[in-house]
Design a protein around this ligand. Structure first.
Ligand code: HEC
Ligand code: HEC
Ligand code: HEC
Ligand code: HEC
Ligand code: HEC
Ligand code: HEC
Ligand code: HEC
Ligand code: HEC
Ligand code: HEC
Ligand code: HEC
Length: 302
């Protein structure tokens, strides 16, 4: 009973408090902001977003500042930072809402909800410096992209320093050659080429297929079934230091734990003439040369 009364009182109190709330802020125009934020205003004129200031179609002509920061009349009066949205300190959700009102329909954002960054509260402003030096809004050079990603992903960056890796540290490639930082429909924000093929085949076209005889993991698990895409101590960026150990992870004649769980090996057991004691059979890809898929041989021999 007491609780109900307390609740009712609280509600009534809330309603009373809400009544004299300050009126919602209105827009005042960028000129007003300029008076106190001269440096930012000046630098802004060379930003790609200056287009917002000049173009009537978007509805923010003459008040571009407020397209991201929200209506500023209250802040312009009080100069209190509580009265204005700062995307750098707001929650990721609040900050992104401002950006997405205009950038929502970009094809690059299509996988946003699936991406780790939206889920991990990494906002647009973590990667895009709106008031940075000119040219820093979007990192375009590979080295600049990598630097921006590496500030948070040090572990991934370190992998590229292993002996066998794509040449990211040399600036020849970027994280964004394989990932879309805005998220994609594939796991791990992996970029896709034509439909949903992994971005790897954009450069490694000979591995693309379609093959008459596919090697099943290519399609099922992707290249990372056998390769470490970020770099490896093993030649060819393989997951194991010898080719055969990569193969035997799936093609091993392990006894099945029980009859019900047959077949015993994921990819089928090599025929019995494969004598693994014999060095001749140790290097699987000497015979199975078309390990990524073959047009003529079911056993991937040629
Ligand atoms: C009368 C001067 C004045 C005007 C006009 C003004 N500001 Fe400010 N603004 C300030 C001051 C002072 C601060 C620093 C507040 C603080 O650090 O507590 C500030 C801070 C900010 C911040 C940073 C808030 C934060 O969380 O650190 C933003 C964003 C901002 N202003 C945007 C704007 C925009 C957009 C306009 C125009 C709509 C505007 N300001 C107009 C004086 C002004
Ligand atoms: C496209 C969105 C966008 C527009 C347009 C924009 N800002 Fe910002 N503003 C941001 C973001 C994002 C930040 C956070 C820091 C950063 O990314 O550079 C910020 C930060 C600020 C800050 C805080 C700076 C600091 O050092 O803490 C001020 C002040 C500010 N903006 C004022 C303005 C003024 C004045 C204008 C108009 C001339 C303007 N902004 C236009 C997005 C925008
Ligand atoms: C009022 C609409 C509007 C808002 C809000 C807005 N943008 Fe933009 N943005 C634009 C326009 C217009 C351009 C100019 C380039 C173009 O024509 O596509 C642009 C360009 C960009 C670019 C550069 C694109 C390129 O290819 O060079 C980036 C990055 C960007 N915006 C990020 C942001 C971020 C981050 C925010 C939120 C902090 C934001 N935008 C908020 C309209 C907006
Ligand atoms: C994890 C870092 C990261 C985050 C978070 C991020 N971006 Fe980007 N964005 C990039 C990079 C890197 C590029 C350059 C893409 C490339 O080179 O392929 C880019 C490119 C862009 C472009 C230009 C290309 C295009 O799509 O036309 C726009 C616009 C853009 N981002 C807007 C946004 C908006 C809006 C958000 C938030 C909803 C956001 N970004 C969040 C890193 C990020
Ligand atoms: C050659 C393509 C390629 C490049 C370049 C690349 N990645 Fe990846 N990345 C992948 C693949 C493929 C996976 C998925 C691995 C898996 O599922 O086992 C992945 C996974 C990830 C993951 C998720 C890791 C986890 O354990 O869940 C992160 C984070 C990541 N990459 C960040 C980066 C960063 C940062 C860069 C640049 C420094 C980068 N990647 C460059 C292909 C690449
Ligand atoms: C501000 C820090 C920050 C920056 C900068 C950043 N990331 Fe991330 N990234 C994260 C966080 C946080 C997660 C979520 C981790 C998790 O879910 O465990 C993440 C997750 C990822 C993932 C895997 C999760 C998924 O499914 O999408 C990839 C891939 C990735 N980031 C790539 C990149 C790339 C590429 C860049 C540079 C363009 C970048 N990141 C820049 C913080 C960052
Ligand atoms: C932007 C183009 C590009 C993309 C995307 C790309 N690669 Fe590569 N890859 C290269 C280049 C170039 C080399 C040669 C690197 C060198 O020798 O420095 C290479 C080398 C390799 C090698 C080592 C070859 C050897 O002889 O040691 C493997 C394995 C490999 N890539 C796998 C992948 C996988 C798996 C993916 C996707 C997760 C991928 N690549 C995505 C360009 C790319
Ligand atoms: C079933 C395991 C497996 C899968 C899946 C796989 N690879 Fe390989 N890949 C290998 C092996 C084993 C080698 C080394 C062959 C050798 O040394 O004879 C290799 C070598 C390579 C090489 C260097 C030699 C060459 O043929 O050019 C590249 C590049 C490569 N793979 C790219 C890829 C790409 C891209 C994918 C995904 C589309 C992929 N691999 C998927 C096992 C695999
Ligand atoms: C991630 C698990 C995996 C790895 C690693 C793997 N394979 Fe396979 N492999 C399979 C699967 C699954 C099949 C399809 C089996 C089927 O269709 O019955 C297959 C099929 C084959 C076939 C054709 C067999 C047939 O019946 O069509 C050959 C030959 C083969 N693999 C050799 C290799 C070699 C050599 C390696 C090492 C370079 C290797 N595999 C690595 C899973 C794997
Ligand atoms: C000296 C050449 C040679 C080497 C080395 C070799 N194989 Fe084979 N393998 C063959 C031949 C030939 C066949 C085809 C048998 C047939 O068509 O009946 C075959 C068949 C297979 C099959 C079954 C394919 C099918 O069509 O059912 C698998 C799985 C396989 N090998 C895996 C491996 C693995 C794993 C290794 C390394 C440990 C390896 N092979 C090393 C020659 C070789």
């Amino acid at each position: 009973m007491l609780i109900v009364f307390a609740l009712a009182a609280a509600l009534a109190g809330g309603a009373q408090q809400a009544a004299p709330a300050k009126p919602a802020a209105t827009t005042v125009g960028s000129d007003t902001c300029q008076a106190c934020h001269e440096d930012i205003f000046k630098a802004f004129q060379t930003s790609p977003h200056a287009a917002v200031e000049k173009d009537a179609r978007r509805g923010w002509q003459g008040k571009a500042c407020e397209s991201c920061h929200g209506a500023g009349s209250r802040h312009a009066e009080s100069t209190d930072k509580k009265d204005i949205l700062n995307p750098a300190t707001a929650t990721a959700g609040q900050a992104d809402k401002a950006c997405l009102t205009c950038h929502f329909s970009s094809p690059a954002q299509a996988g946003r909800l699936h991406g780790g960054h939206a889920r991990g509260q990494v906002s647009c402003a973590s990667c895009h410096k709106v008031h940075g030096a000119s040219g820093t809004l979007v990192p375009t050079r590979a080295a600049a992209v990598n630097k921006s990603c590496a500030q948070c992903h040090q572990q991934e960056w370190a992998a590229f320093l292993k002996p066998h890796a794509h040449r990211l540290p040399q600036g020849a490639m970027a994280c964004t050659d394989c990932h879309n930082p805005h998220g994609t429909l594939l796991p791990r924000s992996l970029s896709a080429v034509s439909a949903n093929e992994q971005a790897c085949v954009k450069c490694h076209g000979d591995k693309r297929g379609p093959f008459a005889y596919e090697h099943a993991p290519m399609r099922l698990e992707g290249c990372q079934a056998c390769h470490e895409p970020h770099g490896s101590a093993n030649p060819r960026m393989l997951t194991r230091h010898e080719v055969r150990f990569v193969c035997l992870e799936c093609h091993a004649a392990k006894p099945a734990p029980s009859v019900e769980t047959l077949p015993p090996a994921l990819g089928g057991v090599p025929p019995s003439f494969h004598d693994l004691q014999n060095p001749r059979y140790r290097n699987c890809t000497v015979c199975h040369v078309k390990i990524h898929g073959s047009h003529v041989s079911r056993s991937l021999l040629r």
